[in-house]
Design a protein around this ligand. Structure first.
Ligand code: NAD
Ligand code: UFG
Length: 341
């Protein structure tokens, strides 16, 4: 069976993808510097699947460390999750974001070229559509102007991958544009474990429900949407992880590809709908107030997910209720996440 290297694989999406790849019969190697994670997530991946993961602690932008990993293993494909992802922090520390996100990408491409590894899947984001494109977003739309440095790193990395694929007749690239991943593995053993005050909606909701935060502020209720709050395409992280397995099957089955896929459900839900559904399915109150808009937020963001269905044979299976139930199951079983990072 093929061996897949997950760069940044100890994180939220990487750990869930490791479970689905192992369940599908792939061998998994993880490299992570634990900038935003810890090795405990991978121990739990092993206990969920009953299979072992080869784990390296290293910085993915470190050429010597990466060459050692590629020399020690026969790698068939790489999935590049390693990156910094906090939008607000990227505004305050743009150089650190450009350095980390772009360096990891360049080092991976250089090492792959040296060791003749020809398949890479990249964690991109719906943020690359920018403000000018109209929802639902289609892969054929041009990348737009991003509203923050994090988004620009994704846009630039997509360009780097496309240029590299153009220049190398054997290099295959799949760019996956994620929408809003939430939820957790149904075991409640792995999930999202943000450091400090969460930036994203669902961890803020779960931490408010568990009593770690006093009150959720819903950012704006005067948007031109169904109830005035922003809408997003929330996707269960296990569905997202399964999308990676389909993308790996696809990239390994084809000689040469360079393709973009949206990974979303195609259905937008508002912030108020998220809070109300969470309260209903979990039978728990989430203290919340309506506050000012958050700078940089778009009113609406959702995918046209037809291409992933047509080409990869992938579509989401989980409901919003599943997402809310599994997010809470993870939080209540692990009120401190994985513990100390
Ligand atoms: P995460 O922070 O949980 O995972 C990223 C992992 O990369 C972490 O384990 C971190 O320690 C590691 N990492 C960062 N820099 C590294 C480096 N230089 N060397 C080695 N490891 C490094 O985030 P996630 O939510 O799992 O996201 C995974 C990828 O998906 C990221 O690239 C992110 O930008 C992208 N993405 C995430 C979302 C989202 O909402 N979660 C949306 C769109 C795209
Ligand atoms: N929100 C609140 N209160 C909060 C947190 C969020 O009302 O405390 C709202 C936001 O205003 C937004 C929605 O919840 O309307 C979702 O916000 P998130 O921060 O969870 O997600 P975003 O859609 O802003 O951002 C996500 C990823 C980014 C990515 C972007 C576009 O976190 O990495 O999608 O793909 F760039």
């Amino acid at each position: 069976m093929s061996t897949i290297l997950l760069a940044g694989g100890a994180g939220y999406i990487g750990s869930h993808t490791a479970v689905e790849l192992l369940n599908a019969g792939y061998d998994v190697i993880v490299v992570d510097n634990y900038a935003n994670s810890c090795p405990e997530s991978i121990k739990r991946v092993e206990s969920i699947t009953g299979k072992s993961v080869k784990l390296y602690e290293a910085d993915v932008s470190d050429n010597a460390a990466m060459e050692k990993i590629f020399a020690e293993n026969k790698i068939d494909a790489v999935i590049h999750f390693a990156g910094l992802k906090a939008v607000g922090e990227s505004v305050a520390m743009p150089v650190a974001y450009y350095r980390n996100n772009i360096d990891t990408t360049l080092t991976l491409l250089e090492t792959m070229s040296k060791f003749d590894v020809k398949n890479i899947i990249f964690s991109s984001s719906a943020t690359v559509y920018g403000e000018a494109n109209k929802v639902p977003y289609l892969e054929t739309m041009p990348r737009g102007a991003c509203t923050n440095p994090y988004g620009w790193t994704k846009s630039m990395m997509e360009q780097i991958f496309e240029d590299a694929a153009k220049a190398d007749e054997k290099l295959s690239v799949v760019l996956l544009r994620y929408f809003n991943p939430i939820g957790a593995h149904e075991s409640g053993r792995i999930g999202e474990d943000p450091s400090g005050i969460p930036n994203n909606l669902m961890p803020y909701v779960t931490q408010t429900a568990v009593g770690k935060r006093e009150c959720l502020t819903i950012f704006g209720n005067d948007y031109p949407t169904k109830d005035g709050t922003c809408t997003r395409d929330y996707i269960h992280v296990v569905d997202l992880a399964k999308g990676h397995v389909k993308a790996i099957d696809y990239i390994l089955a084809n000689d040469k590809v360079c393709e973009i896929f949206n990974l979303g459900t195609g259905t937008p839900y508002s912030v108020t709908e998220i809070v109300e559904t969470f309260e209903r399915v979990n039978n728990i109150k989430v203290n919340h107030i309506y506050g000012a808009r958050r700078p940089g937020d778009l009113a609406e963001c959702y995918a046209n997910a037809d291409k992933a269905l047509k080409v990869l044979g992938w579509k989401t299976e989980k409901t919003l209720e599943d997402m809310c139930r599994d997010s809470w199951n993870w939080q209540k079983n692990n009120p401190e996440g994985y513990g100390k990072k």
